[in-house]
Design a protein around this ligand. Structure first.
Ligand SMILES: Cc1cc2nc3c(=O)[nH]c(=O)nc-3n(C[C@H](O)[C@H](O)[C@H](O)COP(=O)(O)O)c2cc1C
Ligand code: SF4
Length: 393
């Protein structure tokens, strides 16, 4: 099978082409690693993936959306080292997703003012974000670079910098979020200036001690957001800057088009029931039907857009979005995508690769019900359709 062959991503040699993409686990406590979080990732490692991605670590306190979310700081380092040691012991590389939620960070969770490219009202934050000034820009750039250095010092092999889903760096790229009048707003070149600056700082901080890639939006998925042609141009600039070793391609905007980035069923009732804050619960009831516009699930739905990036770029690409079946996986590698980034397929079947190799499964059994997202906020990400299987007698 073409996807079981080793592959190279910058300085990294990976044992095959399957990467467990970042799916917020909801299992850290006080911003620190837990045994449960480590054990959850070990399942993907034992199941045979080449690399697993520890998700959504905030680079600065005000960039958090959840109170217990991992936060990069000295206190977190011993736990992160335990994590990378455990993944390496299984022959799997360890990646970390470094992010800042910017404008839609939750001040109730972070206990800090939310910041963004422009002053904007956020229903999530229930208030206005503060437009970043020069000091904020310098500080957050340093925070990304410091977080990258800490991650590499604790053994991470891959650094995924979030430039998608409407997180801070994607907010800079998105005209709807970025209404700045200075050198960081307006033209695409200006909107890309800050994300490019941050990625260069990350590269300077770690050199080639780890592979670096952006989780980059191809487009934001709504009128007024970043378009596909713009996304391709941003990717070209990042490639020319020499700051990245590859790309993970995604799309959509957490607050505007959340289902565009996920596809599948909308577990609306469960989501509303889960929200503890009554103001947000009411907001969800009123706004959910317009924001949670459904997008029916399609196998590898991002593939047609990703092909445009494949034509425009030389660096390796991780194809993402609804990859489930052996045929899709093999086809994507054969047509020139170097890696497959998979989320729900592996949450449902962490040992998918091994089972495919043994001829037991042709694809993941994930039904795209998206209830794992509800579980993430409730008690930790898990597949509700997965029942522990008895060990063979
Ligand atoms: C439970 C859950 C949590 C997620 N958390 C994150 C996250 O923290 N960061 C991120 O970039 N994407 C997150 N995603 C999106 C996935 O990384 C991925 O982009 C999306 O699920 C599409 O891939 P898939 O069809 O293989 O699941 C999450 C998805 C799920 C299901
Ligand atoms: S809960 Fe399980 S079946 Fe449903 S989307 Fe998540 S992984 Fe797939």
């Amino acid at each position: 099978m073409s996807f079981t062959r080793p592959g190279r991503l910058g300085p990294l040699e990976l044992r095959n082409r399957v990467v467990k993409c970042g799916t917020n686990e909801g299992m850290s406590r006080d911003g620190l690693m837990t045994d449960r979080l480590l054990a959850w990732h070990r399942e993907f490692a034992v199941g045979g993936v080449a690399m697993t991605t520890l998700s959504y670590c905030a680079v600065a306190p005000e960039g958090r959306t959840f109170r217990h979310q991992l936060l990069m700081r000295d206190e977190a380092l011993p736990g992160l080292r335990r994590f990378t040691d455990a993944m390496h012991a299984e022959g799997t590389a360890a990646a970390i997703q470094l992010a800042h939620a910017g404008w839609f960070a939750n001040p109730h969770a972070s206990r800090a003012k939310n910041i963004g490219p422009s002053r904007t009202f956020s229903a999530y934050a229930q208030g206005f974000s503060q437009a970043m000034d020069e000091n904020d820009l310098d500080r957050v750039e340093r925070a990304f670079a410091d977080a990258a250095r800490m991650a590499v010092d604790t053994g991470f092999d891959g650094l995924e910098i979030h430039l998608g889903h409407g997180y801070l760096l994607s907010q800079f790229l998105c005209p709807w979020n970025n209404r700045r009048k200075d050198q960081y707003g307006g033209s695409l070149e200006n909107r890309a200036r800050y994300p490019r600056r941050v990625l260069r700082a990350v590269r300077e901080a770690v050199g080639d001690r780890a592979a670096i890639w952006p989780k980059l939006n191809m487009d934001d998925g709504f009128g007024g957001g970043m378009t596909l042609d713009e996304g391709i141009q941003v990717a070209r600039w990042l490639e020319a800057d020499g700051s990245v070793d590859g790309f993970q391609l995604t799309g959509g905007h957490t607050t505007k088009t959340p289902m565009y980035l996920m596809r599948g069923d909308v577990p609306m009732g469960e989501m509303i029931a889960n929200e503890k804050n009554w103001v947000r619960r009411l907001g969800m009831r009123l706004l959910a039907p317009s924001i949670l516009k459904p997008y029916p699930f399609e196998e590898a739905w991002f593939l047609p857009k990703a092909r445009r990036f494949r034509e425009a770029l030389r660096l390796p690409i991780m194809l993402l979005g609804g990859i489930n079946d052996r045929t899709t996986m093999a086809g994507a590698i054969e047509e020139g995508f170097e890696f497959l980034a998979m989320g729900r397929a592996l949450i449902r079947d962490p040992d998918l690769l091994q089972r495919m190799q043994r001829g037991e499964l042709e694809g993941s059994r994930c039904s795209h019900c998206n209830k794992c997202v509800v579980e993430m906020e409730r008690s930790g990400t898990r597949c509700v359709e997965r029942v522990p299987e008895a060990a063979p007698a």
